[in-house]
Design a protein around this ligand. Structure first.
Ligand SMILES: *Cc1c(COP(=O)(O)O)cnc(C)c1O
Length: 430
């Protein structure tokens, strides 16, 4: 299979050599056309957004660091980092550079606080309605009462995760009172397992990779009708939780007087693992900004599962191993060998492209961002950062626009313990 594809898609020759590459999606189409090819719509996002709004009084009560109970992150200009990128790569990046700081999202400090928490809340709401416990005359802070906790204690939630999704699902489910199990792969960090256990979450460990943990978790959950399995690869609830980011970003840009239109394109760079997080966010952005937003996914050179899946059109029928890649990367949130077919197919008309990043580059950028802006991200979250360099050097339309806004999605970091972060900074931990 390999040699045939290498002839058909010459870029794959660089991919198998683990070079940093940019792939431009030939199937990208106007948003209106793309929308006719999916059953997902703006109404689904509005539904998710309204649900999060209903839960705000509850979240504000049980997680005071959410403030108003709306889980959102800052949008931060990073001009010093822009200069660093320009010097390091000897390019001029026209336009401005912003960082969407999902590293600072409340509750679980990563992009998973969007989709993961949303799915748990939706499940809790459904159970409360089905058991006629929900009092429509009261706000949702009623979820923080013994009656609700007793109901949820009779129900299980399970998820398979490399780490951050497990943190979000585990923390939120345990807070509501669910009996929750996180199935974790061998590459998941010890501190994540410890933290979850300290909150009463069951952690099951596997000596295998992410796919194995998910498969085993799914198998055990399916055998138990009281168990809700959070399916990272196929869940539209997760996807919609992420997609709400689109309208949120639109109001943040507006508040900073930043225009997005025909002459002012928005380029967004999203680190991609299995695809749900970046896919959901990109879908939400496409609905919020139409054809003026250009989304690119970033993956490690050792784990470019979405790039390979979309290039070949084989999606989950191909893995990075099919092309001799080992799926070994320090970007643990992105260590995924097979992408979600649901996300890959949904993104086909919407995604501008994918590019790959070496682990060395992630560590170099981590240090530069900390030194120049005082912002600390985990290695996975830096994958977006060379996007503006890749796009500026490319022949993509509007890539040279001085009116462009380049937005790097900083997907995680705040939960990483300080000593671990110091090791990342000094690149002493692999
Ligand atoms: C999960 C994760 C991603 C990617 O999200 P997927 O849904 O797996 O594609 C990116 N960065 C961080 C820090 C993550 O935890």
């Amino acid at each position: 299979m390999q040699s045939e594809w290498l002839v058909k898609l010459p870029l794959l020759q660089s991919v198998i050599k683990k070079k940093e590459v940019l792939w431009c999606n030939p199937l990208v189409e106007p948003v209106a056309t793309g929308l006719s090819k999916t059953h997902l719509s703006k109404d689904d996002i509005t539904d998710a957004s309204d649900r999060l709004e209903r839960f705000a009084p509850y979240l504000a009560k049980v997680f005071p660091d959410t403030d108003t109970g709306i889980i959102e992150s800052p949008l931060t200009p990073i001009p010093m980092m822009k200069r660093e990128l320009e010097t390091t790569y000897a390019v001029n990046i026209p336009g401005r550079l912003l960082l969407k700081q999902d590293n600072a999202l409340p509750i679980s400090g990563s992009i998973k606080a969007r989709g993961g928490i949303y799915e748990v809340l939706k499940h809790a709401e459904t159970l409360a309605i089905d058991s006629q416990l929900l009092d429509n005359a009261k706000d949702y802070s009623q979820f923080d009462t013994p009656a609700f906790r007793e109901l949820f204690a009779m129900h299980k939630i399970a998820v398979g995760s490399t780490g951050n999704l497990g943190l979000s699902i585990g923390i939120m489910s345990a807070k509501l009172g669910f009996d929750v199990t996180v199935h974790m792969s061998a590459d998941a960090k010890q501190w994540k397992k410890d933290l979850l256990r300290s909150k009463g979450v069951h952690v099951v460990e596997y000596m295998d990779d992410y796919s194995k943990a998910v498969e085993e978790g799914r198998r055990q959950a399916e055998a138990d009708p009281s168990c809700h399995f959070v399916d990272d690869e196929n869940s539209t609830d997760l996807f919609m939780g992420y997609a709400v980011a689109g309208e949120r970003l639109a109001s943040q840009l507006k508040a900073q007087n930043i225009t997005v239109d025909e002459e002012h394109p928005l380029f967004v760079y999203l680190p991609c693992g299995v695809g749900g997080g970046p896919g959901g966010v990109a879908f939400g952005l496409k609905l919020a900004f139409g054809d003026h937003v250009h989304c690119l996914f970033a993956e490690p050179t050792h784990s470019p599962c979405m790039m390979i899946g979309m290039m070949t059109g084989l999606h989950d029928q191909v893995s990075v191993a099919s092309f001799g890649l080992d799926n070994k990367t320090a970007a643990d949130g992105l260590a995924v060998g097979t992408a979600s077919a649901f996300v890959g197919k949904t993104m086909e008309p919407f995604l501008t492209g994918c590019y790959t990043v070496e682990d060395q580059t992630l560590f170099m950028l981590l240090k530069k961002l900390a030194d120049s802006e005082g912002i600390w991200l985990e290695p996975s979250a830096l994958a977006g950062m060379i996007g503006p360099v890749q796009v500026t050097k490319s022949k993509l339309p509007l890539a040279d626009s001085k009116y462009a806004t380049h937005l790097v999605w900083g997907t995680g970091g705040n939960m990483v313990p300080e000593d671990e972060m110091k090791d990342y900074y000094n690149h002493t931990r692999k």
